[in-house]
Design a protein. Structure first.
Lengths: 103, 293
């Protein structure tokens, strides 16, 4: 492949790559007891499953991760942080726990 | 000398070396210290294990500290924490230990780079290293929590020096008892309540018998929050600007507060690495470690 993945290949494999990688983290290894862990597939493993080369999978994944949300999510992030930070400063943990822990 | 006696002597020597390294770390400001067996990283993907980074790796030394001050957490201005990242201090601490191991003890030592590779993956998961070294356990939200100190910045070094390993903690720090109580009553914990995946946030999970048994983490949305003014926003504004045919509108985008602040954060990258702390801000484990008058 060239350094940049071609758009057709990207569109064809985007969802599959996101699903198999740790971009969608459902029960990622570190957060569960060892016997329940479900490690994500590496780029090499995804490449083997989709019959692509590893570099192509890596490019598809990185571009897809960047494109997953539009710029409006960045604006929402600012509003979210403003609301929650001020809520905590005002009420402490009871901002979310309501009654369990007082600041 | 008999074989068991020689083994005892070697064990004592390794314990002494470990104590010497820990003493140096503590004097340098480390709040937490631990050692993982380099061969115990089975949960890490191939290519991201200690032996992949340093041939002959025997131990992974983990240090943590430089945590945000209590006043940082108490500030009503979320931007304050965004500009107060101190993770590079812990990396410098690990570098000091690497010098000690190489220059005084004569073994290879490699500090795990704090950045990511071209695939946006860490060279070695600091989260997994910290857990295997007994320095805490990963929280549902992601950051490792130490039982006493809560959230700390972490660094790791890989070495060919064989050291006694600490191993993972017996019990996970997360969920905290307060979180289990809250979950049993309304199905939420402080972090999943403040940032719920099913309502515009990043986190969800299910607790059974006092432990997380399921976990959902929207990494892409978390990126928008924790890298609010960072490389992803730079790329997005740039792409949108290139697509914009109107010159006046392009000017508004290039000179916007979002783009300007993003460029500022990228310039001062060493203090702007983490830009969202809201899940950890409400974490009872960490709150216990920062209660002041």
């Amino acid at each position: 492949m060239s350094y940049f993945v071609d758009p057709e290949t990207y569109e064809k494999y985007r969802e599959a790559v996101l699903e198999m990688s740790n971009s969608v983290q459902i029960n990622l290894p570190e957060h569960l007891p060892p016997d329940q862990r479900k490690p994500p597939r590496s780029d090499a493993e995804i490449a083997e499953a989709l019959d692509l080369d590893e570099a192509t999978v890596r490019e598809i994944r990185c571009v897809a991760e960047r494109e997953y949300y539009g710029l409006e999510e960045w604006q929402k992030a600012l509003e979210f942080k403003e609301r929650t930070c001020r809520g905590y400063a005002r009420q402490g943990l009871s901002f979310v726990t309501k009654k369990y822990v007082k600041r | 000398m008999t074989a068991p006696a020689a083994r005892d002597l070697e064990d004592a020597r390794r314990q002494k070396l470990k104590a010497q390294i820990e003493d140096t770390a503590r004097k340098g400001g480390a709040l937490v210290f631990g050692v993982a067996d380099a061969s115990s990283f089975d949960a890490a993907p191939e290519g991201h294990r200690p032996e992949d980074l340093l041939p002959g790796a025997r131990s992974v030394v983990v240090v943590g500290g430089a945590k945000p001050r209590s006043g940082d957490w108490a500030s009503p201005n979320f931007r304050h924490l965004e500009l107060s990242t101190t993770s590079d201090r812990v990396t410098a601490m690990a570098m000091k230990l690497a010098h000690l191991i190489e220059r005084e003890l004569g073994y290879y030592a490699l500090v795990v780079p704090p950045g990511v590779d071209e695939g946006q993956q860490p060279f070695l998961s600091l989260s997994l290293a910290a857990e295997l070294a007994g320095c805490g356990t990963p929280s549902l939200a992601g950051p490792v929590l130490h039982g006493e100190h809560g959230f700390v910045y972490l660094a790791a070094l890989i070495t060919t020096l064989p050291l006694p390993a600490d191993g993972p903690p017996d019990m996970p720090v997360c969920p905290a008892p307060e979180c289990i109580d809250m979950y049993e009553e309304n199905g939420r914990t402080p972090c999943t309540a403040v940032c719920p995946a099913n309502d515009g946030g990043c986190l969800d999970g299910r607790i059974s018998d006092g432990r997380w048994v399921e976990r959902t983490y929207d990494r892409a949305r978390c990126t928008a929050r924790s890298y609010n003014h960072w490389i992803p926003s730079f790329q997005k504004v740039l792409a949108d600007t290139l697509d914009e045919p109107d010159a006046d509108r392009r000017r508004m985008m290039i000179n916007s507060t979002l783009f300007t602040r993003t460029l500022w954060s990228m310039t001062y990258s060493n203090i702007s690495q983490g830009q969202c702390f809201e899940c950890i801000r409400v974490c009872p484990v960490d709150a216990r470690s920062r209660e002041l008058k």
